[in-house]
Design a protein around this ligand. Sequence first.
Ligand SMILES: O=c1ccn([C@@H]2O[C@H](COP(=O)(O)O)[C@@H](O)[C@H]2O)c(=O)[nH]1
Length: 489
Amino acid sequence: MLAETSNQMKALALKLFEINAFKFGDFKMKVGINSPVYFDLRVIVSYPDVMQTVSDLLVEHIKSQELNSKHVCGVPYTALPLATIVSLQQSTPMLVRRKEAKAYGTKKLIEGIFNAGDTCLIVEDVVTSGSSILDTVRDLQSEGIVVTDAVVVVDREQGGAANIAKHGVRMHSLFTLSFLLNTLREAGRIEKSTVDAVAKYIASAQINSDGSFVGGDKANLDGANDLVRTRLTYETRANLAKSPLAKRLFNLMANKQTNLCLAADLTKAADILDMAEKCGPYICLLKTHVDIVEDFSDSFISSLQTLAKQHNFVLMEDRKFADIGNTVSLQYSKGIYKISSWADLVTAHTLPGRSIVQGLKAALEGEERGVFLLAEMSSSGNLIDDKYKETSVKIATEGGDVDFVAGVVCQSSNCFAFPGLIQLTPGVKINENVDKLGQQYQTPEHVVKQLGADIAVVGRGILQASNPQQAAINYRDRLWAAYTERVAK
Ligand SMILES: O=c1ccn([C@@H]2O[C@H](COP(=O)(O)O)[C@@H](O)[C@H]2O)c(=O)[nH]1
């Protein structure tokens, strides 16, 4: 590989990671087991510069390997735009494979003009077992078209190349998973432990052409993924975080050894400041509801900020924004509270859709801020269902605003997979199960070990204790011990 091409490939690898075209965590795969790495090259259509570079490199690769053919055909659907650009750049006519034959008209599976005996080069985005390429090859061959080569963007190195070779098709990849991992590692974007976890998984999850695993039963591979977020340390997860606020909070938690958030739900400014002074050394986050403070003032906020600095904790306003983008933008930055001017983090419902995140971001003027999106609630009888939860997590993990989303407020460890996000879980108390108004409580150990909380929110468990400072120490100790046991497993 020429030095210039190699540098271009490395720069593209970093860019693909930056735009979330691939990520690390615990992802359900088509082959039936969870993987520590996931590629989603669908996102590149939103980045014309990336699209251009990928297709330029594909064309260069096709030329250097002398993959001459009469047609090109993309494996539906992600590779279709790539195949189109390759076709245009090389003036090679394209064929389009339908996934299902039309129920009317020509009922063709392959669209385009061709003759039996014509050659066709396959274009694909990501190869795992090679089965998607083989489906396309089969349909082309059934029309008498000859396929000998496939050019792909990423080879996950799980046996795909060997599987398609058994059907007489050679695979030529721009990137191997190993190259991508080494490039990220060299650039300091991921830790060695991440590289090792992925390498261990890939070695044990080799796939045969019939979809079975080389090592036998897929049940044996259940523990093959070491990148399950609840088993990773906060330090490791800080490295994987896309949001600067999540990075900062993970590092703060690791250094200060606390995963306790104090919900300072008090109605007098002096009482909140007193609680912040007493509990500050033991918490990573202090959460407010400023609209319940009867004597709110700018000086209250500056005193709170001073304490946050002095005791090294982050400020969150639990506003639970839920309106249209324009309104939340105003609610966030204007009015008497001017939340965006002092709260490092805020919370928001996903009910209005993606525009909630865009609306909040639009209010900022360069401040480093973040949002936690609510995907579940702790109150009994709340209306959130699985579909709502799933869509909330999509908003948190996909799209152009992921650098603003620091975490998810939820009640279960299977809510999201991406280890760079923080799970904030309220509803924590040692001696009670419920309050009189629908709140449901779990113990510190249960929320961390069973429910997957990274930060546990404790309000009245501390505020109403006879000695709040001692209570904060107890909660901090129990939550931290639960976390260290969780990652030591
Ligand atoms: O689902 C949710 C979301 C937010 N909260 C908030 O957490 C605290 C809990 O206070 P406790 O006194 O420990 O019950 C409170 O500020 C809520 O607004 C929640 O409880 N559940």
